[in-house]
Write a protein that binds this ligand. Structure first.
Ligand code: FO1
Length: 338
């Protein structure tokens, strides 16, 4: 049995895991032996929010819908076949965020989640319950059962928000398209949050830990900031391999470059890896995959104690993503099937 733990955000992370499952299923049909792979996805919950009295968990839902076959492919988030009648009605009352659409089908997920949370279930238990319907093919684990929300400190007045105030990450991301400079990211609730025991166990018992090309600041970065996670990564016997979210100096998806700029990290495949750090120096990486356009990063990374290789990283389709997964696992040479 091969145990793989993935620390993932939303759209990029979900597409990566879909490729990972495709790769593992292809392996399981080879005569070399049936390796039952168990994938545990540790999801960022820093994008979560209370909206219209409902708990909305964007990255958990993007992962669940994408792996469960319910995702809107062209958006990368929300449900396929979606309608927006209820959100239009809510806006007619002037309530909620009219720039953040909760579709009618998606609302059912938030209603059921909020219902179970109010009855005392943890977010981990609720996620397990929702996944019974969606069957994502992985164990989907929120990084914490404690609320941790990423907020953005504004450096200038905008609309009703004065400079210096904090707005929820989703407002910065969706309403302002990350077009207003972020002074800093503040993980509200982090000081009293803990990683769940399931998350710690997933990392400690893994044969390999993967950091997919999710946003290194507000997705993977948030997960790494949760007390207990870095400590578990330092203790696990599993090698940790990451895939660069930056190709040729630009973020592949979303606005990772604006986030990196906010924390003073250059948007290069090399600098993101150095930001994560080599495990031998107290960082988290043993290995790092860069795109062929960033092959010049391989030598400096090796010198920094991070084994590197350059392969095509564009997740153009599932087979291409599966090839990237194979390259990442080869880089840390997964044990032969037992
Ligand atoms: N992204 C948008 O750009 N516009 C939206 O109206 C929007 C609504 C939305 C509702 C539920 C949900 O789970 C995600 C939603 N997203 C929307 C995407 C969201 O901003 C991203 O999935 C992550 O937060 C960033 O990875």
């Amino acid at each position: 049995m091969t145990a793989i733990a993935v620390l993932a955000g939303g759209v990029g992370g979900a597409r990566f895991v879909r490729g990972l499952l495709h790769h593992e299923r292809a392996q399981e049909t080879t005569p070399a032996g049936r390796t039952r792979t168990h994938v545990r996805v540790i999801a960022n919950t820093g994008d979560d929010m209370w909206l219209n009295g409902l708990r909305v968990c964007p990255d958990l839902d993007t992962l669940m819908y994408t792996l469960g076959g319910g995702i809107s492919e062209d958006q990368g988030w929300g449900r396929n076949g979606e309608t927006r009648r209820t959100s239009a009605e809510i806006s007619a009352y002037g309530r909620g965020w009219d720039w953040f659409t909760l579709g009618d089908l998606d609302l059912a997920t938030h209603v059921v989640r909020t219902d179970l949370l109010r009855q005392g279930s943890t977010l981990t238990e609720v996620t397990e319950f929702l996944c019974r319907r969606w069957q994502p093919g992985v164990e989907l684990l929120p990084m914490s059962d404690d609320a941790v929300e990423t907020h953005v400190r504004l450096t200038q007045d905008i609309d009703e928000h004065p400079a210096g105030s904090l707005i929820h990450f989703e407002e910065w991301w969706v309403r302002y398209r990350a077009a207003v400079p972020a002074g800093e990211f503040v993980q509200v609730g982090l000081d009293t949050a803990q990683a769940t025991e399931q998350v710690i166990e997933a990392i400690l018992s893994a044969d390999v830990v993967v950091l997919p090309p999710s946003n290194p600041v507000v997705s993977v970065g948030t997960i790494l900031a949760v007390p207990g996670v870095r400590e578990a990564l330092g203790r696990t016997l599993a090698p940790v391999v990451g895939i660069s979210p930056i190709i040729g100096g630009a973020a592949v998806h979303g606005m990772a470059d604006q986030c990196l700029e906010a924390i003073g990290v250059p948007s290069t495949a090399l600098d993101v890896a150095l930001h994560y750090g080599a495990r031998r120096d107290g960082g988290v990486l043993d290995a790092w995959l860069v795109d062929t356009t960033d092959a010049s990063a391989v030598a400096p990374l090796d010198e920094a104690g991070i084994r590197a290789a350059a392969v095509p990283l564009w997740m153009t389709d599932v087979p291409a993503t599966a090839d990237m997964v194979a390259a990442a696992l080869d880089l840390v040479r997964l044990p032969a099937p037992s």
